[in-house]
Write a protein that binds this ligand. Sequence first.
Ligand code: FE
Ligand code: ZN
Length: 495
Amino acid sequence: MLISSKLLREALEKGYQIEPKAFELINKLDIEELTINKIIELTIQKKIDNNQEKKITENDIKLILTKFILDNEKDSLKDTEKIETKLEVIKTIDENNYILEGKKGFEELFRSRYNKLLKIISSRPDYVKIEKISSINQKKVKDNVKISGLVMEKRIRRNNLVLTIDDNTGKIDTLVINKKIMNDVKQILLDSFVLLDIRINERGTAILNNILQPDVPEHLPIFSKKRVYAVLTSDIHVGSKNFLKKEFEMFVAWLNEKENKKEKEIIRRIKYIIIAGDSIDGIGVYPKQELDLEELNVKKQYTYLSHLLEQIPQSIEIIIIPGNHDPVRQALPQPCIPDFYSEDLLKLSNVKIIGNPSYISIHGIKILVYHGRSLDDVIATTPGLNFNRPALAMKSLLKARHLSPVYGGRTEIAPDFEDNLVIEEVPDIFHSGHIHTLDQERYRGTIILNSGTWQSQTPFQLKMGIIPVPAVIPIIDLSTLDVITKDFKNLEFIS
Ligand code: FE
Ligand code: ZN
């Protein structure tokens, strides 16, 4: 149905602007005009209460919508009615993932990376045919030459910057003089794929006119028809002296609450818990880790984890991927936790153990789950990024369409015929952990979420000045993709 001009006039008379996207959303809703009026009214009231700008965005409408439905529960579940889970593992790393050795292996890996990303970028509507680097004649003056390749080097000099790329046929140095383009280049990760527009000048120098990344297209995420929630979490670090046992037990108890009037409608609709790695603290991950451990036996750490998870209602699917603290090879991608360790977890029928990274679909929503080790490298090598905003570093990965481009940094990469770290599909939700900070961002229709931790500040983090955000869980409403958080440290519900 179409929004009435009367309502629009009223909003405008009050000095409110409605963003086109918000308009679109309202028009798409299959509800009566009276209800729409009510939603707009509530949105404006909320703006007045919070003293906010007189502008109504798509998100404002979505937030009100969620609450509105909560209060006017039309599709309220009967106590006996159950929501079936719909979980599908789209892509993961299997246990027998074949690894090549040494130099040859990395040549194959980079060739695969280049080819996969070339395919992605050539499907863009603004794509113009590119030339091979080996075919560029630097003796002839020419403008608007398009080439692509992986970034080999960025040499920053006093007044300019030299960017070197390689495309399997050869490599080329390009000179960057323009300040804006220089800033763009500084944001680009080493070994990531780029598309360049260059000019060959009289002296035979290639000058960079413009640089593009594969990036993700603007897209509309999919929403589930039923109101279902997913809890995203990570970095539980069971076995560590700093594991927040009491808070985690409170979380588990909360999931079992039936009398919680205020939150009942959310609790009973939680159907998924996704754990993005480091569910245990492991051993030998860093020097003298034993001093920080409560339980030194890795297998027992998993047994203990399974005792905690078995108290979660069985109607909730639990998905676990490994991180750098799990006993799996450190080089990315990581296969799933071996059966020897996960034996007790596997006894729980609602637990699914898969590799890092994995693409899963829950209720039709596509989620890319990745522990996030490479975020350390991204943050360390990109100006303007820091550990307080891991979601921005995750955004850089989305733009590069690669989970761990930097080779030779802190993150080990396994050489292989196929580069399984290329972000081939555009996720609706991109979920990582590792940084122990809760952070979120929306980028071109994808929800980016870094999901915090269940470990309080460790002596190492104290030394490094890292302040974690423990015991707070983000909960995603899959019917709107809105994120709410529940804090088990301060026991409050923040919306
Ligand atoms: Fe961790
Ligand atoms: Zn980690």
